[in-house]
Design a protein around this ligand. Sequence first.
Ligand code: SAM
Length: 224
Amino acid sequence: MKFHFLTIFPDMIQSYLDEAMLKRAAEKKLVAFDVKNIRDYTLDKHKKVDERPYGGGPGMVMTPEPILRAHAKLKMKGKKTKVVMLSPQGKLFNNVMAAKWAKSYSDIVFICGRYEGVDDRVRKILKAEEVSIGDFVLTGGELPALVMTDAICRQIKGVLGDHASVEESRIASPRVFTRPEVLEFPKSTKTVKGKKHKVPPVLVSGDHKKIEEWRKSQQKEEKI
Ligand code: SAM
């Protein structure tokens, strides 16, 4: 799967993609990333990407042409592509969408807005779906695009190595522990002995059926 990012802050995106799981997934050719600077598709010497809102109103709006030119360069013909317009008013993204998109598309294009948003003709012309990562307003679409990319990549076989880690039906792993007791640690002026912070007794019972039941009781389920 190839992820395309149309943004005016390419370094913001690239720095996350150049680390950890996503970097390794790209090295293993399980995924590919393509970060385009919208400013490279402007025609004026100031590389202007925004204008005052037509009809008045506060702030600035991203103009459609540079984004449409950047999108045209992606050569999406014949590909199974999903175009995502990041927006706080969009459909709320979740793990079900992540799993579905991972299976359904070869390419995902993220249009990362800034300022007051993106000229709505972009959404219409590119038949983009508005998607939100939560009921709050951020300063730009780059973080949401990365959040979604991370969640989608986790659903792609081989990215996590042990595919069993992927929550096909569970949203979050059960509460996890590393050792029977926490080692002692300093807490303000005194040292706290780890004895009080033991793991739940069921985990040291050796009863695997009970442990599995306990783990299930800790999971938040969502059918994918
Ligand atoms: N009034 C604008 C709107 O409703 O789109 C707010 C624009 S916001 C300040 C700038 C950009 O950040 C948006 O165009 C969008 O790309 C991104 N953004 C902000 N909050 C978001 C959210 N919760 N989910 C996804 N993208 C968001």
